[in-house]
Design a protein around this ligand. Structure first.
Ligand code: PEP
Ligand code: MG
Length: 579
């Protein structure tokens, strides 16, 4: 591979590359109580002092090792730290606006960048990278201080307003203190939204510039049902929302009454309802909502909490099986990007289509082997199922099955105890796999349709981009046609097929899926009671027939209105008492 750029310093170097990655420090905007302001200024000054000490140590080491001449490059940063434009101005913002030090630094950074941009002198212009460097250091020192706010230390119950949340940030988050989440970006199938649903926390995504517009500490009402975020509402508006919330909570409690009952349609078709989970502690929520197992454990979230060796994974999967006993637990093998699996590689120009998940198998087998070993060993203790994501078709499956067999052989030769027969499933989330499902069947024990990605790839609509969210249509006739093809092939091959994408948790769409042949639906635990209600009220033979007739329609809107009319009785069961 050859990458091209501009040479800016002549000469040739030959040696081993060391790749550096910079941590992203999330910046919060908090409103402080008046009596906390001086403490915050002191926190800022301590972080500045710690940064100065570190820079002086670096400078001293550099002088020793390469001579004083080169150590001057840190003088600019040391001067910046001392400069009233930075330190005093930041302290002034904390005092004046009653905001946290991180936010004050961000303001100062913006002001100083504007100043640097105005310089015509190239040398001065370039100092703006020194500014970023020095501010990044102060921020890291603030984050390292035990008394500062962080995702793991939120200041009391809050509605989190964020641009987005990465999986590792979500892993760190103190969820007990999060009452709601408002996101600038994202959409329904965006992972943070999925996580919020799993935890029953209201969330609104795609708010574009909420982080810019919501003043810190402002009272907000977040309506995750209608997708609204009301900022500084009047008292009557707040009262109205509180009353609505009480009605919704009463409704939730009444839905819970079917907890111990099976989901069987009026015409006697049994559909198992399982839970999707990202973290082990969600098993308790899954059981509470009557889940009949975990249909999708997104194991990659474990890595947000630090890397996991084989032993720790083994213990964790085993514990999950205990918690869900006697139900099955389906663990999806790492579905990660290359930067997570093998740091330092070139970034993908289009990550959704790049070398993610099992496409990294040949490049980074060391990331997958401990997981597969842990799964094979844990499966001795209960109904564990393994699920391979992101495969295009039979040739990809052959490759991962060979790797699995090799891993099992390794355990065998070490004399370890493992389950040779654990069920192996394939996620159907790439259209090519859906179209050729029959070819996958001989090497797959079950299928799980991942509608989140399947729709994104079929309709060429980025599931995380709010600008195209209206084009992301689960009921698009092409999606239905592809689902029909996949279900029909699974039926012909005699393989069970479930759905673990977000469609499974939507009352209308869950009916469609069950009508087409899904006998297992896996969803956010909180969605289970409502889906159960509609299924129990539906005649699946009729649903199937209505869905097949919808294939002739030419838009998602037409499909939806046709289905709502045809299935209104069953849907009314879930809507009763809703408002
Ligand atoms: C899917 O793609 O439908 C799925 C369930 O997986 P994820 O949302 O984690 O991509
Ligand atoms: Mg997926």
């Amino acid at each position: 591979m050859e990458l091209t750029g501009n040479g800016v310093s002549p000469g040739i170097a030959v040696g081993q590359a060391l790749v550096m990655e910079r941590e992203r420090v999330p910046v919060f905007r908090l409103l402080l109580a008046p009596d906390a302001v001086e403490r915050e200024v002191q926190r800022l000054l301590r972080a500045v002092a710690a940064s100065r000490k570190q820079l002086e140590a670096i400078k001293a080491r550099l002088s020793r090792e390469v001579g004083a001449l080169h150590a001057y490059i840190f003088d600019a940063q040391l001067l910046m730290l001392e400069d009233p434009l930075l330190r005093d101005r930041a302290a002034g913002i904390v005092r004046q606006d009653h905001v946290n030090a991180e936010w004050a630094l961000r303001q100062v950074s913006e002001q100083l960048h504007a100043l640097f941009d105005g310089f015509t002198d190239e040398y001065l212009k370039e100092r703006s990278s020194d500014l970023d460097d020095v501010l990044g250091r102060v921020l890291l020192n603030l984050a390292g201080a035990a008394d500062g706010p962080s995702l793991a230390r939120l200041p009391g119950p809050v509605v989190l307003v964020a641009q987005d949340l990465t999986p590792s940030e979500a892993a760190e988050l103190d969820w007990a203190k999060v009452m709601g989440i408002a996101l600038d970006g994202g959409s329904r199938t965006y992972h943070t939204a999925i996580l919020a649903r799993s935890r029953g926390i209201p969330a609104v995504a795609g708010l574009r510039d909420a982080t810019q517009r919501v003043p810190p500490g402002a009272l907000v009402v977040l309506d995750g049902t209608q997708g609204r975020l009301v900022v500084e509402p009047s008292e009557p508006v707040v009262a109205g929302f509180r009353a609505l919330r009480e009605r919704q909570q009463r409704r939730e409690i009444s839905l819970q009454s079917t907890r111990g009952e099976p989901a069987a349609s009026r015409d006697g078709v049994r559909v198992a309802l399982l839970a999707n989970a990202e973290f082990a502690e969600e098993a308790a929520t899954a059981m509470q909502y009557g889940a009949e197992g975990i249909g999708l454990f997104r194991s990659e979230y474990l890595l947000g909490r630090g890397s996991l060796d084989e032993e720790r994974q083994y213990e964790l999967y085993r514990r999950l099986l205990d918690q869900m006993h006697p139900h099955p637990v389906t663990v999806r093998v790492w579905d990660l990007g290359p930067e997570d699996i093998a740091p330092g590689g070139p970034s993908s120009p289009n990550p959704a289509l790049g070398p993610r998940a099992l496409r990294m198998l040949s490049r980074a087998p060391g990331a997958f082997r401990p997981q597969l070993r842990a799964l094979l060993r844990a499966a001795v203790h209960g109904p564990l199922r393994i699920l391979f994501p992101f495969l295009r078709g039979a040739s990809d499956l052959a490759e991962v099955r060979a790797f699995l067999a090799e891993t099992a052989q390794e355990l065998e030769s070490e004399g370890r105890v493992y389950a040779a027969e654990l069920p192996v499933g394939v996620m159907i989330e790439i259209p090519s796999a859906a179209l050729t499902l029959g070819q996958l069947a001989p090497a797959a024990d079950f299928f799980s349709i991942g509608t989140n990605d399947l729709i994104q790839y079929l309709l060429a609509v980025d599931r995380a981009d709010p600008r195209v969210a209206s084009l992301y249509e689960p009921l698009h006739p092409a999606v239905l046609a592809l689902l029909v093809t996949a279900f029909d092939q699974a039926r012909a091959a005699g393989r069970p097929v479930g759905v673990c994408g977000e469609m499974a948790g939507d009352p209308l769409q869950s009916l469609v899926l069950a009508g087409l042949g899904a006998r297992e639906l896996s969803m956010s635990p909180t969605a289970i009671p409502r889906v159960k209600q509609v299924l129990r009220a539906a005649d699946l033979a009729h649903v199937r027939e209505a869905t097949l007739r919808a294939l002739r329609l030419s838009s998602a809107a037409a499909v939806e209105s046709h289905l709502r009319t045809e299935l209104h009785e069953a849907l009314a069961a879930a809507d009763a008492g809703e408002s």
